[in-house]
Design a protein around this ligand. Sequence first.
Ligand SMILES: C[S@@+](CC[C@H](N)C(=O)[O-])C[C@H]1O[C@@H](n2cnc3c(N)ncnc32)[C@H](O)[C@@H]1O
Length: 492
Amino acid sequence: MLHDLRGLCVWPDAVRGRVVKCVSGLTFSLITSQATERVRVVRFRVLGERFDVQVDGVSVEVRDPGARDLLCVLALRDGARVDAAELDALFGERAGAVVEAAGAALPDAVRPADRDGCRLDLGPDGYVDLHEFRDLAGRARAVRSDDASASLADYRAALDLWTGRPPRDVPASVRDPLLAELRRVREEIADMQLAAARPFAVIDDVRHWLACDPGHDRLRAVLGKALARAGRPGSDAVATGRAAPARIYDYFLGGKDNYAVDRDAAREILAAVPAAADAARANRAFVRRAVRYMAGEGGIGQFLDVGAGLPTRGNVHEIARAERPGARVVYVDNDPVVLTHGRAILEDSAHVAVVSGDLRDPDAIWRRRRLRELIDPAEPVGVLLCGVLHFLSDAEDPFALVERLTAGLPPGSLVAVTHAWFGDLEPGAADRALAVYRRSTAEVRPRTPDEIARFLTGFAPVEPGLVAVTDWRPDTATDRVGCVLGAVGRRV
Ligand SMILES: C[S@@+](CC[C@H](N)C(=O)[O-])C[C@H]1O[C@@H](n2cnc3c(N)ncnc32)[C@H](O)[C@@H]1O
């Protein structure tokens, strides 16, 4: 039997333990009666509401509710045996039938254990999200006192694996310890943020977590402390800290996810540039039209929205799915408030994920597991870089970052960009607005049309090219807003 192993980067594992003879170049002969032609990869998602098993990327339908329970238990057991007594306690006289149904669903993975029990054998490539959760949480704990930001990043990545509320599929005997692990991570994040004098981050996180898990009493106490430290026990009257672009933008759009400090900054910007709120609304309207175009005429079924911002009316997944049911969307942002609010609103869809990520590290964005679950980089992707690139300074080499983010996109992929251009503004007005952003968590670097067009290098502009966002395929005649330019480009 001849196997061409080109492209199989795991070939040494794939052929390990078998007699292998090199015939020529990269072609091998596997001399074995039971050579496996492909490596079967079994993946379990047990964190969050949705229990899902996939073999080689295809979901396995497990109809028998007992078998689903058993598969959950086996996945949570980390390969250890579930013995006959436990099977009896869980399934009573149905135990035998349940084991059989689970075995039928995953014939190679559910194995009989030594005496009347069973265990799960996923092999070296198998994946259970709980294991990754534990690894990340363990790593976060290990570096907590030395590197708080690395620790927080790992904690957040661990939480990213949870797709919503505590699992319903899992029997209580295993669900409760799992919940305890989730609660511990949440408490540790809140404690760290409180210790770092970030009460607003704690308030946002904890409110959301309590909405998902009202029984988490210890967090209520932490929330009380955070509110007291923020100077607003029970009210939103006073805010301190720095304004954040996501919340300033939310204010311009008429949203409610902003604090007094953001509203003050927004009013200052409006005093300098009265068109600022119109520009925000025009930018958002462009995003909606661009997504509609991408999902419709552009044929895009998967979207990556970097610098996604706070949820608003007409979110990207809503527009995309109205056009193309089943479209998948991954929202990426580096603002923890955006992530928390995003998850609160979007968490219940299996086709949508909100992940933390920074445009300054495109490789890390592509490495996010949730992203890789939802986005197949071999298929055309719709990438949105709207209202975010002007938060990258020249020193960060934003052109190289965008090139890196989009490097692997196949032909047919589309990229939408919007960017601040202050060429039409009075110099004094632009300077006053920029000064407000300088005091916020991120500075703005407006760019010229030529500079903005450079972000689309390697993409052919879709008609009408780079224009004021209000001029890009408008639905109705709208007053022109010139200070934000937008374009969509197609990879050819
Ligand atoms: C003005 S909002 C734009 C929201 C949305 N894309 C839109 O156009 O309607 C900018 C968003 O970019 C995010 N952001 C800023 N710098 C970022 C970075 N380096 N990486 C990821 N997100 C970033 C902010 O947190 C904010 O949510």
